[in-house]
Ligand binder design. Sequence first.
Ligand code: GCO
Ligand code: MG
Length: 402
Amino acid sequence: MRIREARVIVTSPGRNFVTLKIVTDEGVYGIGDATLNGREKAVASYLEDHVCPLLIGRDARRIEDIWQLLYRGAYWRRGPVTMRAIAAVDVALWDIKGKAMGAPLYDLLGGKSRDGVTVYGHANGRDIAETTDAVARYIDLGYHAIRAQSGVPGLDKPYGVSKDKHVYEPADAALASETIWSTPEYLRHTPRLFDALRTSFGEAPLLLHDAHHRLTPQEAAKLAKSLEPYDLFWLEDPTPAENQESFQLIRQHSTTPLAVGEVFNTLWDCKDLIQNQLIDYIRATIVGAGGITHLRRIADFAAVWQVRTGCHGATDLSPVTMGAALHFQSWVPNFGIQEYMPHSAETDAVFPHHYSFADGMLHPGDAPGHGVDIDEALAATYPYTPRQLPIARLRDGSMWNW
Ligand code: GCO
Ligand code: MG
């Protein structure tokens, strides 16, 4: 089964997505997601100019060999652009293999390990009262796990709070918009939020929170410790993780579980965090970390230290990534949880899919491959629209981490 064609489809049904379609000489095709929020065209060019020509004529069944070709063969290893391009090829090839064999992806990986994939939804509001209302709505919808973010008094646009109550799309301007950040207010406010949520909803809901890389290790330790009474499922990205050792300081002070890794590309980014037991959940997902082939290696390595998966699932990851992640998460033995932000109706129409939500879980469906397709005619009606993520500055104008 030879690769006859590989083409890149850039579409913007409300937000930008980069999709790779690989077609074989037997007519079977597969699709993969290569979206890199705010830097989409870089991956489209990497694929079109450098990867697609390399694929033509190769045996589509040799997924591992093609992965190694793209990883070792580029000489320049790792990085968000390279690894997304590799992920798109990898996922399209797994999709082809599944379709050719008439098997859903979870069966190719080893079969289902659970009945469904427990997901967490995003509750947010401009203040504690609004966030409390949003959590109540998710509980009514059947969610067992909810991430809670709230506006902080004195801060106009903190991370995670959107105008739209359901869909959070931070990439809101052609050129990065500016927000103001102040850690002291946030550190005082966040325990109050979780105190209010436990008072309103009791012990049962799994509650999560994302600090979005804003804190120093010492500040992160302080927050993790102050949130202990509220029994979080996880505290995410408490501090940037380039220096993996810095998590030791957080660990020395708190038992609040930690989740890190939505910006990681390879096992090398989380090797020390995992083997030193500095985190509890690894957030790497299919599109960010080199596809199924590489994410499986990360998960197996993490299992040795009882670190569990918590795949990134924001709306900038296309339904193709969600579909593939659900097959992966249905199989992976050390499953933790899956993030779920539903896509807009326009996006769902461009990417018809077999996955569905019921009782706080997503189900991948039983279609061969990953079960997600692209309507190319509809995709062509939504041209690329430049959008970048915001930036954050401190009150004195210094650049900070958004
Ligand atoms: C999350 C993430 C997102 C990111 C977004 C950037 O936990 O879902 O932090 O909200 O900010 O994916 O493109
Ligand atoms: Mg996050």
